[in-house]
Ligand binder design. Structure first.
Ligand code: SF4
Ligand code: SF4
Length: 182
């Protein structure tokens, strides 16, 4: 495993994390008590749980956690985290999962920790990609079942992101205009 707490130059992702934290501090409680948002968050959290359970059963979770935390070479390479926007990171915060404020594993995605990925809500690439090594060990039917479950997770995530985006827009600009705060 790579050494921990490296002094690595801060990247754009830390600005995105800060933005998500600011919105969470300002609106988190009301988002969590909004009926529709809390329902969608639960639906998304449950879908994430189903994917994770399937990955555990198939051995994917173990293999990916080891691969990611042992350093460069896997699909959790540096820079890939820049694909995350503040809304998805806000969703992580709303689910009780706090994105890191420092890079922990050198030469990898900012979100890699000693036991693999630290995020709960992850974007398309992170949950949908299965490398050739995984395809070699998984039966085609298992891949099909897994990707169908992943698709349900992504759909639930998209619905949640869309609803939170609209909610935030209503708070800042009831007329529906662009909000400079986020
Ligand atoms: S999908 Fe493959 S390359 Fe990516 S973390 Fe899992 S085992 Fe490693
Ligand atoms: S967010 Fe997680 S799964 Fe995606 S590349 Fe980073 S560590 Fe890997």
């Amino acid at each position: 495993m790579q050494s921990m707490q490296q002094s690595i130059p801060q990247t754009r992702i830390f600005d995105t994390i800060s933005k998500a934290r600011l919105i969470f501090e300002k609106h988190g409680n009301r988002l969590l008590t909004d009926h529709d948002i809390s329902r969608l968050l639960k639906k998304y959290r449950d879908a994430i749980g189903r994917t994770a359970e399937l990955m555990r059963q198939m051995g994917v979770h173990r293999q990916c956690s080891r691969c990611a935390s042992e350093g460069p070479g896997g699909c959790c390479f540096p820079g890939i985290e820049e694909g995350y926007d503040h809304i998805l990171l806000l969703i992580n915060l709303l689910m009780g999962c706090s994105p890191p404020d420092v890079q922990e594993v050198a030469g990898s995605c900012t979100f890699v920790g000693p036991h693999g990925c630290k995020l709960l809500a992850r974007y398309y690439y992170c949950v949908h990609f299965l490398c050739p090594g995984l395809h070699d060990v998984l039966e085609p039917l298992s891949v099909k079942i897994l990707l169908r479950t992943v698709g349900e997770e992504l759909q639930a995530g998209w619905e949640t992101e869309r609803a939170i985006h609209a909610w935030l827009k209503r708070q800042e600009r009831p007329d529906g205009g662009d909000c400079p705060a986020w």
